[in-house]
Design a binder for this molecule. Structure first.
Ligand code: ADP
Length: 557
């Protein structure tokens, strides 16, 4: 009976211990592996009155193992945990499960009975070792309790590892989310800053998806076109602005694809219906999803264009005014010449009248001298024709109109002008000498304009000699040069070129009281329009020479 009562008590205490061991996982929940093992060893040391309890946990990521040692102070107060673990390590690596081991301590060595248990299948979690100096250690009940405790610990440790892993994954995830969030915040800020910057730009800047609708519209665009951001986004750019493009849509898109960008001028219509001209630069981009976008930057150049057009109109008006002035100047010059021209024309007319009278006299009387009368009539007709010729040339000079190219003999033009101006030359005691090349080729030119050039040059020479001392000689020479050009020179023995010689071809430059300063500039533009050149040089010892060339080869038109 006594035995039975003791057995019952032992079983009762065993059940109590088992219940305690089974309750351990509840305490462990949320603990680190080292804490779990710590409580386990403490509980076992106290419960089984052990002298040592030891556990070694492997590190799942191949780090060094975690070792925990508990020693009973009562039994072996001076044993050193490191030495215990070294001794057990040796013992464990021999593959033992239960035996005795000598534990070193400062107070001498103690022999301890050992029992070891794997934590998890094949030690993948670690090992648990219990030791006692009692000779009967471990009893069956102790073995049972230790195995159950080892199992519980293995489950608890695996659970802790799993939740540790989960926690690490969750933490890593959280860190990445935080990093990404901060990156996105930065990016957002950057974009916002860029958008703000684009808003600062004076130009109209907008972005449209290739072949599609507007996705960005800056403040400059709102300002220029009058459409708000909300009105513009989602619309087709060319529809909204009624863009007149120099290329067809297909051509333009192909050019953008090929070159990545396009620059040019566009005509567009604003919200209030105003037509504007913009200088446009369009650049093809891709966003991070590979979407093709076009960044269009437009600058309003309407005012500049209008100014340019006005400038062009003004230049055209000036050119017209110059042409009118030239005509007036020519008329004025001719007006001044009227007296000498009248004399020039009067001469053949008087001669003609005289001859006509003579003719009449030969025919009168009883025996008219037919032969003499005929001679007189021929002379009269010749003089009349000469007068008519002079008048028709003068009329030609007054004619104003578009240039007319015809086959011209330059020597003939020179001679005609000499005939016209001889009276004027004589008036100022100017002698005219000519040296005209006999075989000069004809060329295509505006006869009236060439007459005008000769008129200007000869009149300028006469002017320069009017008040000059010494011989007054006007020399006119024509020749053909080696490079198929005609060279005409008009030289005088006048006062010579003014000090501002380099300005004489400028329009309105004159040193004369009644001068217009147009003669030479008009002459130069006439010669240049015929593909030639007009220039002046000083003569030695006095006077000036004017030269012009004309091409005989090509028709300059
Ligand atoms: P303008 O009608 O005032 O003479 P031009 O264009 O014909 O205008 O000539 C401009 C200036 O060039 C003249 O005022 C004169 O000073 C100078 N000039 C032109 N021809 C001669 C010349 N043969 N000798 C000296 N100076 C000349």
């Amino acid at each position: 009976m006594e035995t039975t009562a003791a057995e019952v008590k032992r079983l009762q205490s065993c059940i109590n211990d088992l219940i305690s061991v089974l309750a351990l996982p509840a305490i462990w929940s949320g603990n680190e592996p080292s804490q779990i093992v710590g409580t386990l060893l403490d509980v076992l040391l106290a419960m089984l009155r052990l002298d040592l309890a030891y556990s070694r946990l492997s590190d799942p990521s191949d780090g060094p193992p975690i070792e925990v040692v508990r020693l009973s102070q009562r039994q072996n107060p001076s044993a050193l945990p490191q030495e215990v673990s070294r001794a057990l390590d040796r013992w464990l690596s021999d593959g033992q499960t239960t035996s005795r081991v000598v534990i070193p301590s400062h107070a001498g060595e103690a022999e301890v009975a050992i029992a070891s248990f794997s934590l998890g299948l094949q030690d993948e979690v670690g090992v648990l070792v219990a030791g006692s100096r009692r000779t009967d250690f471990p009893t069956d009940i102790e073995l049972l309790l230790l195995r159950v405790a080892a199992n519980q610990a293995a489950i608890g440790l695996q659970e802790a590892r799993r939740s540790g892993d989960q926690k690490r994954v969750a933490e890593a995830l959280e860190r990445r989310v935080a990093e990404r969030t901060s990156q996105l915040t930065d990016l957002n800020e950057e974009l916002q800053q860029q958008a703000n910057l684009l808003d600062q730009a004076h130009d109209a800047i907008f972005v449209w998806e290739f072949s599609r609708t507007i996705v960005y519209w800056n403040r400059g665009a709102e300002h220029l076109y009058g459409f708000s951001r909300a009105e513009a986004i989602g619309r087709l750019g060319h529809d909204l602005l009624n863009t007149e493009h120099p290329m067809s849509t297909t051509e333009f898109e192909a050019a953008l694809e090929r070159d990545g960008e396009w620059t040019g001028e566009l005509t567009q219509t604003t919200r209030d219906g105003r037509k504007i001209i913009v200088e446009s630069r369009q650049v093809m981009m891709r966003d991070k999803d590979g979407r093709r976008l076009v960044l269009e930057t437009n600058r309003d150049i309407t005012d500049r264009k209008q100014a340019e057009a006005e400038q062009k109109r003004a230049a055209e008006a000036l050119r017209q005014a110059q042409a009118d002035l030239a005509h007036v100047s020519r008329s004025t010059t001719m007006g001044e010449l009227t007296a000498s021209l009248a004399h020039e024309v009067n001469q053949p007319i008087t001669a003609s009248v005289t001859n006509a009278n003579t003719c009449v006299r030969w025919l009168a009387g009883e025996t008219p001298n037919i032969e003499e009368a005929r001679e007189a009539a021929i002379r009269s007709a010749k003089d009349g024709t000469r007068a008519a010729e002079i008048i028709s040339r003068i009329r030609l000079l007054f004619k104003k109109g578009a240039t007319e190219r015809e086959v011209v003999d330059v020597n003939e033009v020179i001679r005609e002008m000499i005939v016209l101006l001889r009276g004027e030359a004589t008036r100022y005691a100017v002698s005219i000498r000519t040296d005209l090349a006999a075989d000069l080729p004809q060329l295509m030119a505006d006869r009236v304009q060439l007459q005008q050039v000769m008129l200007n040059l000869i009149m300028n020479s006469i002017d320069a000699m009017k008040d000059a001392d010494g011989t007054r000689e006007l020399a006119i020479k024509s020749q053909q040069t080696e490079d198929e050009q005609l060279l005409v020179s008009v030289s005088d023995t006048g006062v010579g070129l003014p000090v501002q010689a380099n300005e004489i071809f400028n329009a309105f430059f004159t040193t004369k009281l009644q001068g217009t300063g147009l003669g030479l500039s008009i002459s130069r533009s006439i010669i240049e329009s015929h593909g030639g050149r007009l220039w002046a040089t000083e003569n030695s010892p006095r006077g000036a020479s004017f030269y012009f060339t004309l091409s005989t080869k090509v028709d300059p038109e």
